[in-house]
Design a protein around this ligand. Structure first.
Ligand SMILES: Cc1ncc(COP(=O)(O)O)c(C=O)c1O
Length: 354
């Protein structure tokens, strides 16, 4: 006998990358930031702890205000959620009257949410070069959801192309998930002032060292933000906790440190790309804090399993079209030099020469 609602019996939840905490493990599997949060975040967490007898501020003003300033948008154009997963879930729940359209290869949660909220979905294949081609989304009315940079490919479509789509499809809602946009150059966040059909989703998990704090946001016109708040205040107004709000504000106040870490990650990403290419890997040109790569002579699954034996965790997706790829989050320079050494050892074991 089951007390669980029948409609959820066939629900297939998202499979997160393994969350391991042992010191000896090199964790390159969930696109976290390899650097510690700035000192100011640690101090803010301590300060926040002293206020925990009170509920958190449901308007999240402490983060909205500095975030508005940083992104050049109005406070009223910002919604804060418990990680961008929370934000995306609300969008799938409340802004998909005409269904959704998203790429066949993208962030796995899109497919989970559309099933969960029972939204009809059009799954649009990436083109042969693994790129999103917005022309493939023309001519229908679903809400379009894309990640830019896309995950797990790391590939981007240009800001100009997104703007063109928005202006040519004024009645079509476009959600651009910019979880990794800080590692590239194509953010359309400033376009919310011009396009009421645009929602940009962002997170403090990747560029801001706060994956565990769970802070995500949506930037859109005031009406959309009000509607999102209507949903949030109908479920859990306090979905974002006080510790996270204090930490988020401190992170925004430590922009130089955050930018420095982004620069280091980009430099290391370019090092890893060229080192792997020299070992005959094909590496997609990434604008994210991870890379997606494949080797002609060794399977993705073998690399994943073999690296795991050496306590290096990466991500492998048992999925059509990308089964032979591995996704590697970018760690510190030192970690990635070690990673490349291990890859060389594995290729040698297999008698593969570049
Ligand atoms: C494309 C994309 N969007 C959103 C998220 C969710 O991030 P968070 O819920 O930590 O903000 C992820 C996490 O890996 C992601 O890859």
């Amino acid at each position: 006998m089951s007390f669980f609602n029948q409609k959820y019996h066939s629900l297939i939840p998202y499979t997160p990358g393994e969350q391991v905490n042992e010191q000896q493990i090199l964790k390159l599997n969930t696109n976290e930031n390899p650097y510690d949060p700035p000192q100011a975040v640690l101090e803010a967490a301590k300060q926040a702890a002293m206020t925990l007898s009170r509920y958190s501020d449901p308007t999240c003003r402490m983060v909205r205000q500095p975030l508005a300033k940083q992104l050049g948008v109005k406070e009223e154009q910002i919604f804060i959620g418990n990680g961008s997963d929370d934000v995306l879930a609300l969008l799938f729940q409340g802004f998909t009257e005409h269904g959704v359209a998203f790429p066949d290869i993208s962030y796995g949660f899109y497919d989970v949410y559309r099933h969960f909220y029972q939204v009809p979905a059009k799954i649009v294949p990436l083109n042969a070069a693994f790129q999103i081609d917005l022309a493939d989304y023309e001519g229908s009315s679903e809400t379009v959801v894309i990640a830019n940079p896309n995950a797990p490919t790391g590939l981007v479509i240009s800001k100009e192309r997104i703007i063109q789509f928005l202006s040519q499809n004024p009645h079509r809602l476009l959600i651009v998930d910019e979880a990794y946009a800080d590692f590239g150059k194509e953010s359309v966040v400033q376009e919310v002032a011009h396009y009421p059909n645009l929602i940009v989703v962002g997170t403090f998990s990747k560029a801001r060292q706060l994956a565990g704090a769970r802070l995500g946001y949506a930037i859109a016109n005031e009406q959309i933000i009000q509607d999102m708040n209507r949903l949030k205040f109908s479920i859990n107004p306090y979905s974002v906790n006080t510790m996270s709000l204090y930490c988020g504000a401190a992170s925004l106040n430590s922009q130089d440190y955050v930018d420095e870490c982004i620069e280091k990650i980009i430099t290391t990403r370019e090092y890893v790309c060229s080192a792997l290419q020299q070992l005959s890997f094909e590496v997609l040109p990434s604008q994210a804090n991870f890379i997606f790569a494949t080797h002609p002579k060794i399977t993705g699954q073998h690399l994943y399993q073999r690296l795991k034996q050496d306590n290096i965790y990466i991500r492998w997706f048992d999925q059509e079209r990308i089964r032979n790829f591995i996704r590697i989050s970018i760690g510190t320079q030192e970690e990635m030099v070690y990673f490349i050494e291990k890859i060389k050892e594995i290729l040698q074991e297999e008698n593969i020469h570049a």
